[in-house]
Design a protein around this ligand. Structure first.
Ligand code: TPP
Length: 530
């Protein structure tokens, strides 16, 4: 019954609203793969490397707003999906993992390509179904804010029937398949009351805005911040850095200004809105001895700190329920920020070859409205520090668990046709995901993609933190051969040009900073805060 069962499985997934299926073929999943190849209705993406494929599927989910599915064969192929599943779990995105398995009777016997696939994803899946002999699954209780795992045990003969073309029927109902609230969620009314109390309490407030879920949410937060009038640190993934209306309260000299203000008691309470922030002070706030009050308002159930208070609720509805009184921003803080921001601009002029300056100039080169994917490690931090304020981009990142894995694959999944798509990632991060351009083979014609590899010769974030060579994995490799292998155009830049001419539809740009200039830049930046 493998063939007819596979048809029922895909019909059900289609009815659940899934439209994109990433498939990594092997022998054990052959009934699923063959049925998929004969089905009409899915966009099928074929990949051979499951780790990248998992992140690509996550990118597709993020772009389409619908869960995507990923189909693997048995054994370690399934295990390769763990990083993407963990990232999806921590960012509240759905994925459907469909793993083929050998029959249950072989579990624990050491038979070829037979591992115990149940429980492989642990607490990072919302539901797991271990199915055999035509059993079906019921996804009505799936939160759609985390992955699910369907483990399909298939016996031989694998291809046990003729496979005919079939057209999938659209029974998908957006209402029946809407995401459920997290168990930790509180009502917007309750959250609004709590937020009002926090804002009215004694103390001097700063706001940090991390990743916001949508343009509508960003618009609502913008209006809220305007009413509040408190100093606000806007991470690029908030989508609010470009708001002209917020320029009077937006801190523009980097996250160090917050550390500076906390040390001087110019800020005594912090409101975080959106995703867990990247800013360094967020880690410092975890200090149990800290007297700084912290409140997090986020749609995800993660406090991101072991102290402070979490309001997991609908952000837009909560701020609509909140009675805001205008804050009185610390003038000392705003003045320091203005002076430091001016010093930063001067540093960009005086150190044109330093890494943050290259990032700054890149942010002026990239056309507005592009998708900009910023990789973890220094790229996201340097973009937050150095990207030109007021320019509108769609900034994306994987900040669930801050991994340097799967970054290019996620980028290719979420890249949008009809826009330019730029990825800015570190060199080790690029090496981690060398197979990612495989995904372009299916999407190439429609996509404009620029992979900017900031090649500073290793994991330079550690150089700044530890100054110990073992952390850095220093190297003198370049990316020209990688570009050639995937038949991508390639350019090497040591400076960012005034305008981007002659870029191919898919281009690798190796951006090479002058490491001495970068060291000088950071020591001069540090001096601003002494
Ligand atoms: C999967 C994973 N492994 C290891 C790490 C730890 N880590 C954080 S940054 C980093 C180095 C990144 O180097 P690179 O991509 O060159 O960026 P740079 O630090 O130079 O900006 C490493 C290994 C991680 N975040 N994720």
């Amino acid at each position: 019954m493998n063939i007819s069962w596979s048809r029922r499985i895909f019909s059900e997934l289609y009815a659940q609203g899934i439209r994109d299926v990433v498939v990594c073929a092997g022998a054990r999943n052959s009934p699923l793969v063959v049925v998929l190849s004969k089905s009409q209705g899915f966009r099928v993406h074929s990949f051979f490397e499951e780790r990248s494929a998992g992140f690509f599927a996550l990118g597709l989910t993020r772009r389409t707003g619908r869960p995507s599915a990923i189909v693997t064969t048995s054994g370690t192929a399934v295990a390769e999906l763990l990083p993407a599943v963990i990232e999806a779990f921590h960012t509240g995105f759905p994925l459907v993992v469909v793993s083929a398995d050998r029959p249950r009777r072989l579990r624990g016997t050491g038979a070829p390509q037979a591992i115990d696939q149940t429980g492989l994803f642990g607490k990072f899946v919302n539901q797991e179904f271990d199915l055999e002999g035509g059993e079906m699954f019921d996804l009505s209780a799936w939160s759609r804010r985390a992955p699910v795992h369907l483990n399909i045990c298939l016996d031989e003969p694998l291809l046990d029937d003729e496979v005919r073309e079939f057209v999938l029927k659209d029974q998908y109902s957006a209402i029946a398949t809407a995401a459920l609230p997290f168990a930790q969620s509180v009502s917007a009314e309750w959250a609004g009351v709590r937020l009002t109390k926090f804002l009215r309490s004694e103390g001097s407030l700063a706001v940090v805005v991390g990743t916001l879920d949508s343009k509508d949410e960003a618009d609502a937060v913008e209006q809220f911040l305007l009413r509040l009038g408190a100093p606000v640190y806007l991470e690029a993934t908030s989508g609010l850095r470009e708001c002209a209306s917020l320029q009077n309260f937006a801190l523009k000299s980097g996250d160090r200004v917050l550390a500076w203000a906390l040390k001087r008691n110019l800020v005594t309470k912090v409101l975080r809105i959106g995703g867990v922030p990247t800013v360094r002070i967020w880690r410092d706030l975890d200090d149990a001895a800290s007297s700084i009050e912290v409140l997090s308002l986020t749609s995800l159930p993660f406090a991101g700190l072991s102290r402070g208070e979490l309001l997991c609720s609908n952000v837009t509805e909560t701020i609509a329920q909140c009675a805001v009184s205008q804050a009185t921003p610390s003038q000392d803080l705003l003045e320091k920020d203005r002076a430091a921001a001016a010093a930063l601009v001067k540093l960009f002029e005086e150190e044109p070859l330093a890494e943050p300056t290259l990032v700054h100039r890149l942010s002026r080169l990239i056309s507005e409205n592009s998708v900009v994917y910023v990789g973890n490690s220094l790229p996201i931090r340097e973009w937050d520090l150095a990207a030109e304020f007021g320019r509108a981009f769609h900034v994306r990142a994987n900040r669930g668990v801050n991994g340097i894995d799967g970054q290019l694959s996620t980028f290719l999944g979420l890249a949008e046709a009809g826009r330019e798509n730029w990825a800015l990632i570190g060199d080790l991060t690029a090496m981690y995901d060398l197979t990612a351009p495989w995904a372009l083979r299916a999407r190439e014609a429609e996509l404009k993609t620029r992979f900017v590899v900031l090649n500073n010769g290793g994991g330079k974030i550690f150089n700044r933190i530890f100054g110990n060579a073992l952390f850095e994995n220093a190297h003198d490799l370049d990316f020209e051969g990688w570009a050639r292998m995937w038949r991508l155009s390639y350019q090497k830049w040591t400076e960012v040009p005034q305008a981007a001419h002659g870029l191919a539809s898919a281009e690798v740009i190796e951006l090479v900073p002058d490491n001495e200039a970068t060291t000088r830049f950071w020591s001069r930046y540090d001096a601003i805060w002494k």
